[in-house]
Unconditional design. Structure first.
Length: 228
């Protein structure tokens, strides 16, 4: 991980422990003592609270938090079920709220002890406001996330809140999409010219820019990584 390579003490958390093991395996053996993995379900208040307590205990403090958990759903809104909506919103919005509430005391303490604000970032999406057919539930969740982050910032000015706007990224988020439905909507998006302004980027490039944000003394409320 780039943050570990840059010298940071890092706690990572995810629902699937097999993926956590894969991340740990990418770190050089001499640096692995600076990377601590935790299993968490961001939809569960108990799971989030336990993970946060364990992370603070392991690291001693929290200075920076990045909420990158997110899921997508591809389907026309007319056939998007209540369960589909709940699944997307519980991870992309409710999970972000639960994690923020849990880590906030540690970030406030960092601000008080070190004299510089703790900071927390959330991965938003360039698709917000873009009328992306087929991604209604996902885009709605990211729009809700954006508004929620702005309110967190208003209520807790002693902590820096940043929305990181990410464009198309070559991850596995779309692996669960129905192939026939995906083919239909990818053809539509291509015909609408949506990929001309936003070429898909490798996750390593996005991660490098997030690490640069961590190291920068300037903390903008919005960091747009999707801008050409």
């Amino acid at each position: 991980m780039l943050a570990v390579a840059a010298g940071a003490q890092v706690a990572i958390a995810a629902r699937r422990f097999d993926l956590l093991r894969e991340v740990v395996a990418t770190v050089s053996p001499e640096s692995r003592d600076r990377l601590v993995p935790f299993q968490v379900d961001v939809r569960s208040e108990v799971s989030v609270a336990l993970m946060t307590d364990a992370a603070v205990h392991a690291l001693g403090e929290l200075e920076i938090v990045v909420y990158s958990a997110g899921i997508t759903h591809l389907a026309p809104l007319a056939i998007t079920s209540a369960d589909d909506w709940r699944r997307v919103l519980e991870t992309n919005v409710v999970g972000a709220a639960l994690v923020t509430r849990a880590v906030l005391p540690a970030l406030v303490e960092t601000s008080q002890v070190k004299g510089r604000p703790g900071r927390i970032a959330f991965l938003s999406s360039h698709s917000v406001g873009g009328q992306w057919a087929g991604l209604g539930a996902y885009v709605s969740s990211k729009a809700a996330l954006d508004e929620m982050v702005s309110v967190w910032a208003a209520e807790h000015p002693q902590v820096f809140f940043t929305r990181i706007v990410v464009g198309p990224t070559l991850t596995g988020m779309a692996d669960g999409w129905d192939p026939e439905c995906a083919e239909e909507f990818f053809a539509r998006w291509a015909a609408e010219g949506r990929f001309e302004a936003h070429e898909p980027e490798p996750p390593e490039k996005v991660a490098a820019r997030i690490v640069a944000w961590m190291q920068d003394d300037r903390v903008p409320p919005v960091l747009d990584l999707a801008r050409p």
